[in-house]
Design a protein around this ligand. Structure first.
Ligand code: GUN
Length: 284
């Protein structure tokens, strides 16, 4: 029987536990974890994500701020907003929603965030911590996937993990987290040759490319664990993953659905990392 990895249920369980930890932190240290999300422009998908982050943060007892800025803001103005929050002691996590408008250099924006408040784990300082095997702030989607492996008892030791997609947000940090658990990792991308054959060797397959139903059952080894990071709309506007769920579920041993899989875990990890940053702010 194929097991469905239910990210929605796991995320809810973790957020309930987190709410209790936040109450305790407030009671014992008088600290309320604070998160600011900065959104530039009016990308509809980003607006939905940002709203969901705001609601989840408030539900967990956080201080939550959302800064909505015009598409026409210049880079220096955006950096000034970030610097304001870098020195605001009531804020422990700063997230700048990507993508940014083309006239803004996202690398410069990420560099402007205080690495201690970089709850996305995108700052080169945090990337360095991750790749040297001492992760501190880790990109939220791969961190959420590792929690799924832990909770669904997916043993990674010595397993062949194949990732499709080499983004800084998912593919690259995912590779390092899997290496840390002693998996053998193959990071594939759009120029990879014989992709289907490579994937057919995977004990664990993670798909993060943004192409609806790209991975079909021919990509899957019998009994593989399949994680779908995709969020695409089909012709009728329905949310679909990068994996053709129905046919792949016939071959996989465990699989994440879309929606209700990886997505809810990303927000949970964002809150968890903001909480951890708040804890560190009092222990230093
Ligand atoms: N856009 C899509 N995913 C993410 C994410 O994890 N963090 C940020 N900041 N922007 C995103």
């Amino acid at each position: 029987m194929t097991e469905i990895i239910n990210g929605k249920v796991l995320a809810q369980k973790m957020q309930t536990e987190l709410t209790e930890k936040v109450t305790q932190l407030k009671r014992e240290k008088g600290i309320v974890p604070g998160l600011v999300v900065i959104l530039v422009g009016d990308n509809p998908a980003s607006q939905v994500y940002v709203r969901n982050k705001e609601l989840a943060a408030l539900a967990a007892g956080f201080k939550s701020e959302t800064v909505r800025l015009s598409e026409s803001i210049c880079q220096e103005e955006l950096i000034a907003v970030i610097e304001h929050y870098n020195v605001d002691d009531s804020i422990h996590g700063i997230l700048v929603q990507l993508p940014l408008p083309k006239h803004i250099n996202d690398k410069k924006i990420i560099l402007a965030i205080d690495p201690k408040k970089d709850v996305d784990g995108f700052h080169p300082m945090n990337t360095g911590h991750l790749w040297s095997g001492r992760p501190l702030m880790v990109p939220c989607t791969p961190a959420g996937i590792m929690e799924m492996f832990r909770n669904y008892k997916v043993d990674l030791e010595g397993k062949h993990a194949v990732i499709i997609g080499r983004s800084n947000i998912v593919g690259k940090p995912m590779a390092q987290l899997l290496l840390d658990k002693n998996a053998t990792v193959t990071l594939t991308h759009s120029r990879t040759r014989h992709l289907k054959e490579v994937c057919r060797h995977a004990d664990v397959l993670i798909v993060a490319i943004g192409q609806g139903h790209f991975v079909t059952k021919e990509f899957i080894k019998e009994g593989a664990v399949v994680i779908d990071v995709g969020m695409n709309r089909d012709d009728s506007g329905k949310l679909i993953g990068d994996v053709a769920f129905d046919e792949v579920a016939e071959v996989a041993s465990k699989i994440t659905p879309v929606p209700g899989g990886v997505g809810p875990m990303t927000i949970t990890m964002l809150l968890e990392q903001t909480y951890q940053a708040a804890l560190r702010s009092v222990s230093h």
